[in-house]
Ligand binder design. Sequence first.
Ligand SMILES: C[S@@+](CC[C@H](N)C(=O)[O-])C[C@H]1O[C@@H](n2cnc3c(N)ncnc32)[C@H](O)[C@@H]1O
Length: 856
Amino acid sequence: MQYFNDYLKKIKSVPLEEITEHSHRSALQILLEKISENKKDNIKILHEPKREGKFGSPDYKITKDSGIIGYIENKKIDADLNKILKTEQIKKYRELSDNILLTNYLDFFWIKKDSIQKETLCDIFTLTKFKTLSKLNTDGVQKLIENFYSQTPIGISTAKELAIALAIRAKNLKDFLQDELTQQQKENSGGLLFGLYETFQEYIFTDLSISEFADAFAQMLVYGLFQAKLNADTKTVTLQNAKYFIPQSFKLIQELVGFLDELNKLEYANAKWIIDEVISLMNNLDLQEIKKSMLFSKTVKDSENIDTDPYIYFYETFLAAYDTNLRKAKGVYYTPPQVVSLIVNSINNILQNTFKIKSGFADRKQVTVLDFATGTGTFLIEILKLILNNIPVNSQSKKELIISEHILKNIYGFEYLIAPYTIAHLKLAQFLKEQNYEIKNNERLQIFLTNTLEPTDPQIRIPLLPALTQEAKNAQAIKDKPILVITGNPPYSGHSKNTGKWISKLLKGNDIYSKEKTENQANYFEFDGKPLKERNSKWLQDDYVKFIRFAQYKINKVGQGVVGIITSHSFLDNPTFRGMRQSLMQDFDQMYFIDLHGNSRRKEKTPDGKTDKNVFDIMQGVCISLFIKKKSLKKGIYHTDFWGTRDEKFEQCLNNDLQSIEWQKIEPSKPFYLFKPQNKDLKEKYFKFWKITNIFNINSVGVVTGNDKLFIDIKKNNLYEKIKEIKATKISEQQQNFSFSNKFYEKREEYFREIKTKKQKIIKINYRPYDKRYIWHNEKLLERSRSNVMQHFIEKENIGLIVSRSAIGQTSWQDVQITDKITEFGIMSSRPGNAAPIYPLYVFQENGNTNGNVRK
Ligand SMILES: C[S@@+](CC[C@H](N)C(=O)[O-])C[C@H]1O[C@@H](n2cnc3c(N)ncnc32)[C@H](O)[C@@H]1O
């Protein structure tokens, strides 16, 4: 065939030693075009610009009509394609496309989903000898390329397939965005992407890392494009028009999707090919089928065969394919609808019976609601359903009024991650659409991208994103206005990411932005008006405690209201939380606690010894709390337990509300004010005995390293190896390579200079019962070295008593051990998180004297 011979001639025209990857691109393109002309199929071969990066993007994109059918990657003429097949780059491409052509100009590999077909024009060593190519060879290559062209764009017709396809693309997009962000940061190039990152970091979430932003931004773009397609319906979505299909009422996402305008710049070349892929995917969806499968009227079963809303199911499938760890790490797990239903129905009861608001949530004159950690909007959907259920089926005008005047005015949500924020909007807008309500351009859902726990300056002007400025102002206006109902499922994390000044001070009774006197503010760090004498009050800094404090603050300001939430249950009985409990008792008139248990750290079992499971996939036990404040309401605190398997708990949630539950009235009393029923007789007996903390002079819980993998090992030598490895790593790469905590990271430069590998103190530690290990005992680098007590065990002959502070969930008390070494915090491993102080028998003084630690 003539064009093959022309191709060969061109290839031979450059001496072999001068050939680069790009030398024969034009010859290859002509050949590819000639073969496509034979097919008369409107095939386009587009040469894509590349950006240097870890993986880059393929050299050619092949489209048919509006869809992408495959990619071509070409390598140098002497490249061994069999080796290239095994590279990370090709693995990555294969995740994204089932139709790839790999060539080194002479060999052609057609890579399909499950097979690879190979053809060769001629061998590089004999290339110069040939005048014409053998027909057998050219026919083989011709057929292979024609078959490659014959593939159709991926067509998707189920929500599950779509969620997975989007997740794979979002995951790759995240990698490219992260690469590009790092590049822009390094080059200080003033790129828009890095500018957006800085904006989010400064105005939404100070601790946001580049990787977290890349992650959220990639998810937002992918979901934004999905929303654009839902609105475009049969029209074709393009890079240029996508933002116009995002409704005006969703201005922030419209503005962020506007980032797509940047993609024609070379620096975004790698991200662009993924976005092109997503757009092609969108334009080839069986949209009607997808829409049908995502109707709210159709229930969907989740992985545990439980009915759930179609968007939750979609997002869960998406996250499972995207990054299973992320879900847990970010706490972006959804709240089970059964739990939400119990909370929402109970609040509705309270509105009707306690506040005498006859139509409960549906009263548009009296009721305002805030979900303060909205996530994907599970609570808000349940509330919307409840409001709309009240309206007769044939009364569309009434329905429209309640949507426009109540749902779109008084029902608020705060969320600080763009991905769940986008989904919450998408989900609620689709829900209203199903109710035949199209949100108008001058309306919007009242869900805001904001940090609930950080007030915003009302004069704020956020660079690059005018819509975010408006968003921040609107959110602040809600933070300032009276709200009657606060609900939600806040994050729980002992290592709080919400470290803002305002909320941290508010926990201690100081409202730093208030112009009014604030001496009566609730203070969780005080008990009976005196500071808590806790050595470790870290758990009071947990995220959920801050959200409870926020709700208490809001309701106190108005003087009445109701809070219905699900959180960790540890505040119910942890001694450190006694100040918080006392303060809640002062500010709220009635409190209801449903302890949902499931605390695998406490090894909880049902009262009759059976399995007790958590309603989430977490170890931390949880509870539902309802706090009510209302003038002249009779005071009372009520408690109940839900025990059993997850299904049993869900059933209890579905079959109950505030009125049907059998409550036990409790009367929390000194010294701990436990929000749990207590046996009075035993309590008296218990408090008659000596306190162990009064027997010994000093005690301390075990060491916390902040990074056990780095500091603790079974073999001493491994620790030296790790220290050596750190020494050999550039300081700038240390945090990434060794996952140092932030605190550790800040100190590292200063301390690493001091590290002399062999001089480091490596000693034995009792890590868990009968589990002795070695610890790199560098006091400066350990998160908590507890030196005041541990020093009496280092190079000393001593013993110490280990006694846990609480013994929950055990039939007989067995939380006691003896140690002759320093211990780690989790030494009482039957319940990680259980504080188990050691009480040394001797204390050694600097002057060489040895004293007993028992008080005389
Ligand atoms: C457990 S999830 C809520 C799940 C939600 N109810 C649902 O079903 O999707 C907690 C949510 O709070 C958000 N969040 C955490 N800290 C926040 C803050 N300071 N301001 C606003 N949202 C926050 C997280 O991003 C997450 O989406």
